[in-house]
Design a binder for this molecule. Structure first.
Ligand SMILES: Cc1ncc(COP(=O)(O)O)c(C=O)c1O
Length: 371
């Protein structure tokens, strides 16, 4: 009899498609024989990493033989000073995705499910289903969270709602009033996780002050990351902020050395260079305007973004825009996995990267007689 592992696998795993990360630059260079390739596909920081971090990190190389601090003492102290919150409120993760996974694993079980919005960051569904947990997707309203529909869809089995704010890939955000009203109406035994991976980039005055809201809503949890504005995606450091009771429970399942030593030190150093973060935000704002202007010129519709990427509509069904741009040495992200067939997510890069991307788009569209 033939051995078929699929017969043994968890049904929720069987229905999963693996997460598709942005294509690496080296892969594109190999496949298309190109030397100059830019990657605007993973919402990384186009400025790279703060020099303050890279300079001081080198001193840590003699520590590599040792296990990391399993409690992340220094990093939690630095976060505590930075956010003015006691260090007992932090959960450290191997990227914020690790924190999200631990939260689901700790609190959602049996026949319970998590609830997300349509077009929410695709990893939530993969994380939940990978843990054998159902993920209910609630239709979005104008590409953003529809809280009313969510409230109607809540059942006794709803244990957690995850909201990406701003959301990837749409770039939309929910404001304080909408979030607060949702929290007021939602039963308090349902946890609400606000994934603020792009927190540093949003400057809107009505963006929710979630750390203040946590005092009123003990079921509210916030996750943030060092992968974006802090330029440390490769080292995988993220964190959660929650009530001490929640933190204590999550720590029971946390792998003892989930954040490596270099990551902990780099994140601590990165918090000490807020000028780098300010420069990253400023570059993002000018780059966003540059891309908007270019899209307008090309007659392309886009969703105004509050993060470090823009979702743009390119409706050329007979053409694989993603592949065409790869040939020009530009890696972007097609949004077919979000059922957004004619949409693409473009990370805001440096001025030169944005210009190269717009020029490549123009070339492809001109070939198709679209502009
Ligand atoms: C909305 C959102 N949340 C979480 C993450 C995961 O970030 P990390 O695990 O690198 O902290 C991402 C990454 O792109 C994201 O877009």
């Amino acid at each position: 009899m033939s051995f078929d592992p699929k017969r043994l696998a968890h049904p929720k795993v069987l229905s999963l498609h693996p997460y598709q990360p942005g294509k690496p630059i080296a892969e594109c260079q190999r496949e298309f024989g190109l030397s100059e390739v830019i990657k605007l596909a993973s919402n990384e920081n186009p400025l790279g990493t703060s020099r303050h971090v890279t300079h001081h990190l080198q001193k840590q190389f003699n520590e590599l033989a040792r296990y990391p601090d399993g409690n992340g003492f220094d990093l939690k102290q630095a976060l505590s000073r930075h956010l003015n919150i006691s260090s007992s409120h932090f959960i450290l993760g191997n990227g914020s995705e690790d924190v999200l996974r631990m939260l689901i694993q700790t609190f959602v079980w049996g026949g319970q499910h998590i609830m997300i919005s349509e077009y929410a960051f695709v990893a939530y569904k993969i994380l939940a289903q990978g843990l054998g947990i159902d993920c209910r997707e609630i239709p979005a309203k104008q590409f953003s969270v529809d809280f009313d529909t969510m409230l109607h869809a809540v059942t006794n089995e709803t244990r957690m709602v995850i909201i990406a704010n701003p959301n990837n890939p749409t770039g939309t955000y929910v404001n304080e009033e909408a979030l607060q009203s949702f929290l007021e109406k939602l039963p308090s035994e349902i946890l609400v996780v606000c994934d603020e991976a792009y927190y540093e980039y949003i400057v809107e005055k009505d963006y929710p002050q979630t750390l203040s809201l946590m005092a009123r809503f003990p079921n509210l949890i916030v996750t943030r990351t060092f992968s974006k504005a802090y330029g440390l995606a490769g080292l995988r450091v993220g964190y959660g902020i929650a009530g001490e009771g929640i933190v204590e429970l999550v720590n029971r399942i946390r792998k003892p050395f989930n954040v490596n030593h270099l990551g902990q030190v780099a994140a601590t150093l990165a918090l000490g260079d807020q000028l780098f973060v300010q420069d990253s935000i400023a570059l993002n704002e000018t780059g966003k305007k540059q891309l908007y202007k270019g899209f307008d010129k090309l007659g392309l519709r886009y969703i105004p973004s509050f993060a470090n990427f823009v979702m743009v509509e390119i409706n050329l069904p007979e053409k694989d825009i993603y592949q065409e741009l790869l040939k020009c040495g530009v890696i972007i992200r097609p949004l077919a996995p979000y059922h957004l067939a004619h949409y693409y997510r473009i990370t805001i890069g440096t001025e030169q990267e944005n210009a190269k991307c717009l020029a490549a788009l123009e070339k492809v569209l001109l070939k198709e007689n679209v502009v």
